[in-house]
Design a protein. Structure first.
Lengths: 643, 512
């Protein structure tokens, strides 16, 4: 009951705000939306605590039938187990803070705000449906639901062309992954005759050796399903090749970035892989792919983050990179570590985005870090909380990232495989860059000489308490989530905590092996982070001319990174422009010239013919009748012969 | 005689003509006639809809066969009778037709000002033809209704259409008629072979393989034009562009379903071997339609053309589903047909709303409508999402079931047929962005009013259905579950037994 309340309260808030907002006004709509979230934020953690410590039995709450077609049955249901409950608790809590923050952040927005809050709550509801799904199709419902809401929220400022373009981009790129996901789900149905998690996991042993024939070869069906699902996860979690929508999504209001990039949506892919861990564990090739893509994304996104000048973009690429870590962890089979990082990341990344929002708020909507500087006296609370977030992101002891990120890196090394080592190296390099870009951001924004225009600088002010209180709460989370939780979540008794929801393949000893590594393995990640921080100080504190000199010296490399490895340009040339050209070609040449050429030509022929016929006969009706008769004779004749 | 206790199907079929009779008697000056004609037509169509609800409430979902059957002898010597009945495949399309007709009449309330009475008569005749077509259980009766639909539609486009209406009307007529002539020949051939035109009997008649092949092609010519499948689709955008809004609604909502219905009623059950043999052809054309139409839709400058091309792409998914011969695939096709009937109807109505205000369908003339018309923008977004198949809306269920069915055939069919999932949002969201989002810069848009109560009444049932079908689709799939399961079982049985030239007629088919 409490669990249902946690999931459906945001929906109620969204409906009240969205459908009645025009009549009850912005204030009432905001109140309804925040109230719904508050209920969820209380009920979610409560339901989790009851399951974990209160002895409440795990189970499924069935609501109604959804689709029934022959042997295909799907139900609307809420799954109540350790993985779902911890996600519900986290999503509800972080989202509530973001709602509260938004009340302050959006106060001066010239648009009607009920719309914004309705979307925000709906988004949360979709995410909750995703994590509580008991079958893959309901998961897909939430999956697409967050896609829709992110489209609406990114395009919230609908009169900005960039926002509209980014919104469409997000939706379409996500849909590429979604198609693979849908086919993966269909394939699960064909293999297991069901898409419910319980049935699938119970029958995993039966179809282990089945193969699927494709492209002239054959592949184990588990591998294929896992790869298809992972492509879906790549789209949603912005992994390499399908990451292009995420940085553009910064066009939305900042609380949206916090919600999308921290608590929800982008973590859906990581969640999916963890949820399907029993299946993924039987698909080693797919796991390798997950680890390689994850490790590569962690490195790739971090390189871009190092040179961006838009404060939100830096954090966006950092998200991309951190999601790469999570997939890396899953790829080597350390699901608990990945989900742990997902949880801590939700806190500190939401914190960083909301801090960035507070900075932007203070600077009268300026987002370019080159026009900031020296802000720390003006907005001290934001400054301190952002330090906390950066320390957590950089993995400095005892902040949250130190526990969760290091656990992933240790797991990668403990896997003792080629991909594990690759992931470890990539992860360490990314950790150096993480420290670097985080402190680059801090130093450029808060220290040095004020570089903004005087007007904005004079106006810079600390945000109201509705915005700073969520920052402080999140900062406490970023500080404490790691050392409070790591013992129970990834410690020796992790199996007790997760209660069978995260399954490691028999023989996969990575969770124990990561505690038995040589000593240096535990120190290297921290050293890497500190090294990055030191470089940032060297570049932006002691020697501020150095970055400029380096940028001009290695200009091609700098431009390569600044332009995000030219992925947008590449895709534009490969897919977007050809699509329009192809459309024009098919329409004007295909339809209008070739296909219509035939009937129009025939029509002309008929007109000419009938003109001739008119002269001989009485009129065109006779010609019609005559032609029909001939046709009749011919075809009936055919049937007479062969019939 | 049937579950309703009275000939409900005949009543639904012929009642609109009674309304026509009443319309004929209206006298007075032009304005009075117009007003009265509107009200008479609306009430007639509403009564018909109310009667048709009997089918919804009295339906027996366990019975896979025909229900509400009524038979009267017509030409007994030739094995032709007036026979009506519905099974799971047709029943909801009868309801779709009776639902869309009052919506169309209401949507034409203010936009049609010339020859109002004649317009309403045309619509009511159209309703008779559509309903009769879906109810017919005799091939001759079916053929008459199938062709009869053309006449009122031809007039609606040709008389009340846009500037190029005559060209479009003729193109529409000729394309569809060419196919139909071939179907007539198929009808004659089947009659010659089976000595009856009773559809249930024909469904149990085993036609020789070679004959099946020819019959299939003849049917295919007719139904493929109606669907429309690539490359005989070009009449559709033209017809839509020139047709009045309500004409487009019926065209997209019901008329396009006639082709797919024909495949399900004739091709698949009567010609199983030929259907299986030629399925790759259908798949190829369908996949081309899904991709081709989507790309063409992307570059359209006329809103109605864009929606028309999206219809072609969506119907491609339907034809894929039908020819998978799989329970999920066929149910998906049926669901997609029903959903498309609601969603594309709504999209055309949405275009009609702003066309009524600005009298242009050119996308570039709009922009930033959300500022003046927030409720309109909301509805537009809802149906755009239903069109791109967002889970929770009607569009998703059909699309996903078809993907399952297609995967039964092979991986590539599922992948290529599913490309609509990616391409759909491209053109619809791009349309939405250009029309609804953006800054309102054009001065003539400032006076645009949001939806009137009449317009809200038009959309309300469609909104309810689009969401109902998405959230609780079981109340729709239960209608055809038994029928489709039986159909697939029969198909598999037919494929298991080798094609024999012997004339196999099952006595049980004529039992009813």
């Amino acid at each position: 009951m409490i669990y249902m309340l946690a999931v459906f309260a945001p929906l109620a808030g969204a409906l009240v705000a969205g459908l009645l907002g025009r009549w009850i006004g912005d204030r009432a709509a905001m109140a309804a939306s925040v109230l719904g979230m508050a209920v969820a934020a209380v009920c979610g953690p409560l339901a989790w605590a009851m399951l974990e410590w209160g002895g409440a039995p795990a189970g499924t709450i069935r609501i109604a039938t959804w689709i029934q077609a022959g042997s295909f049955h799907v139900h609307w249901a809420l799954r109540y187990d350790a993985l779902s409950a911890v996600m519900v608790a986290m999503v509800g809590f972080v989202s509530m803070l973001i709602h509260v923050y938004s009340v302050g952040y959006m106060a001066h927005d010239s648009y009607r705000r009920y719309r914004f809050f309705a979307y925000l709550s709906l988004f949360t509801f979709a995410m909750l449906m995703l994590v509580t799904a008991n079958n893959l199709l309901q998961l897909f419902f939430g999956w697409e639901g967050v896609g829709l809401c992110s489209y609406l929220l990114i395009g919230y400022w609908y009169d900005r062309p960039a926002a509209c373009a980014a919104a469409i981009k997000a939706f379409v790129v996500n849909r590429i992954g979604d198609l693979a996901f849908a086919i993966g789900v269909a394939m699960l149905f064909l293999t297991f005759g069901s898409i419910g998690f319980t049935t699938i996991f119970a029958h995993l042993a039966q179809h282990q050796t089945e193969r699927y024939h494709i492209l002239g070869g054959s592949i184990r069906v588990y591998e294929l399903i896992a790869i298809l699902l992972f492509i879906g996860a790549m789209g949603k979690s912005a992994q390499l090749f399908l990451h292009v929508w995420l940085p553009d999504a910064m066009e939305g209001p900042t609380p949206v970035s916090a919600l999308i990039h921290a608590a929800t949506m982008v973590t859906a892919g990581v969640f999916l892989v963890a949820r399907m861990s029993p299946l993924f564990d039987q698909a080693p090739a797919a796991m390798t792919l997950v680890a390689v893509i994850g490790g590569s994304t962690a490195f790739f996104a971090a390189t871009i983050g190092c040179v961006q000048n838009d404060i939100k973009r830096v954090i966006a690429y950092s998200t991309c990179s951190q999601l790469g870590y999570m997939f890396l962890g899953e790829g080597v089979g350390a699901y608990p570590a990945s989900i742990f990082h997902l949880l801590t990341h939700a806190f500190f990344k939401a914190l960083l985005f909301l801090c960035a929002g507070s900075v932007i708020h203070a600077m009268s909507d300026e987002q370019d870090m080159r026009k900031m500087g020296g802000l720390w006296r003006k907005i001290p609370i934001t400054y301190v909380t952002m330090w906390a977030g950066s320390l957590a992101l950089g993995g400095v002891f005892p902040f949250a990232g130190y526990y969760s990120k290091d656990a992933i890196l240790e797991a990668a090394l403990a896997a003792h495989s080629a991909v594990g080592d690759y992931g470890f190296v990539m992860g360490i390099l990314a950790a150096v860059m993480t420290g670097f870009y985080s402190w680059r951001l801090l130093l450029m924004t808060f220290h040095g000489k004020p570089r903004g225009d005087h007007h904005a600088m004079a106006h810079a002010h600390e945000s109201p308490w509705v915005m700073t209180v969520p920052l402080m709460v999140l900062a406490v989370g970023a500080l404490s989530a790691g050392f409070l939780l790591h013992g129970i979540v990834i410690g020796p008794h992790w199996q007790y905590f997760w209660r069978g929801t995260l399954v490691l393949a028999p023989g996969n000893q990575v969770m124990t092996a990561m505690d038995q590594l040589p000593g240096w393995a535990y120190v290297v990640p921290s050293i890497a982070g500190l090294l990055g921080i030191a470089i940032a100080y060297w570049f932006y504190w002691w020697n501020p001319m150095l970055p400029v000199r380096l940028a001009s010296q290695f200009r091609p490399l700098y431009l390569f990174l600044l332009n995000k490895w030219y992925f947008d340009e590449l895709y534009d040339a490969l897919f977007v422009r050809p699509a329009f050209a192809l459309g024009k070609l098919l329409w004007q040449t295909g339809d209008e010239t070739i296909i219509d050429g035939v009937p129009n030509g025939l029509a002309d022929l008929a007109v000419d013919g009938s003109r001739g016929a008119v002269k001989i006969q009485t009129g065109s009706i006779a010609v019609y009748a005559f032609t029909m008769l001939i046709g009749l004779v011919v075809l009936v004749g055919i049937f007479l012969i062969w019939g | 005689m049937n579950a309703a206790g009275f000939p409900v199907l005949s009543l639904i079929t012929w009642l609109p003509l009674v309304g026509c009779g009443v319309l004929m008697t209206v006298r007075g000056d032009e304005a009075t006639v117009a007003t009265n004609a509107r009200w008479i037509a609306l009430w007639t169509s509403l009564i018909v809809f109310a009667v048709s609800l009997v089918l919804w409430f009295e339906w027996n979902p366990q019975d896979p066969g025909f229900q509400f059957v009524e038979t009267w002898p017509w030409l007994p010597d030739y094995g032709v009778s007036y026979k009506l009945g519905v099974d799971g495949i047709s029943v909801l399309f009868v309801l779709l037709s009776t639902l869309l007709t009052p919506i169309c009449i209401l949507a034409s309330w203010e936009s049609i000002t010339r020859y109002v009475r004649e317009y309403m008569i045309a619509f009511l005749i159209l309703e008779t033809m559509m309903v009769g077509m879906f109810c017919a259980l005799d091939f001759v009766v079916f053929y008459i209704f199938f062709e009869g639909v053309l006449i009122p539609m031809f007039l609606i486009i040709g008389v009340w259409g846009g500037p190029r209406r005559v060209y479009s009307a003729f193109k529409f007529f000729l394309f569809t008629l060419t196919g139909s002539v071939l179907m007539l020949l198929a009808l004659l051939a089947m009659w010659r072979y089976a000595h009856t035109t009773d559809i249930p009997t024909l469904m149990h008649t085993h036609f020789p393989a070679k004959m099946q092949f020819w019959l299939f092609l003849a049917f295919f010519a007719s139904f493929a034009v109606k669907v429309p499948m690539w490359p005989v689709h070009t009449w559709l955008p033209d017809a839509h562009v020139e047709a009045p809004t309500a004409g487009s609604v019926i065209l997209a909502g019901v008329l396009l379903k006639m082709g797919a219905y024909g495949f399900l009623r004739f091709s698949v059950p009567m010609l199983p071997q030929a259907s299986a043999e030629l399925a790759p052809l259908v798949f190829t054309l369908s996949v081309v339609a899904v991709v081709y139409a989507a790309y063409v839709a992307l570059v359209q400058e006329d809103m109605k053309k864009l929606v028309a091309y999206s219809s072609i792409a969506h119907m491609g998914v339907v034809t894929i589903g039908i020819f998978t011969f799989d329970v999920q695939g066929i149910q998906g096709a049926l669901f997609q047909m029903l959903s498309h009937g609601i969603v594309s109807a709504a999209l055309f109505l949405l275009v009609g709303v702003i066309y009524d205000r600005l009298h242009t369908r050119e996308i570039a003339r709009y922009g930033g409508l959300v500022e003046r018309m927030p409720f309109y923008a909301f509805l537009f977004m809802l149906f755009v999402m239903a069109s791109v198949g967002l889970p929770g809306t009607s569009g998703f269920v059909g699309e996903f079931l078809v993907v399952i069915g297609a995967l039964h055939v092979n991986f590539w069919l599922a992948l290529l047929g599913g490309l609509g999932l990616i391409l759909g949002p491209m053109y619809t969201l791009y349309l939405y962005r250009r029309v609804v989002f953006g800054r309102m810069t054009k001065p003539d848009l400032r006076g645009m009013l949001d939806l009137s109560p009449r317009e809200i009444a038009v959309f309300a049932p469609l909104v309810v259905l689009a969401l109902w079908m998405g959230i609780y689709p079981s109340s729709f799939t239960s209608f055809w579950d038994a029928t489709v399961t039986q159909m697939v079982a029969r198909h598999e049985q037919a494929m298991a037994t080798p094609a024999l030239p012997a004339r196999v007629q099952l006595a049980e088919a004529t039992r009813r």
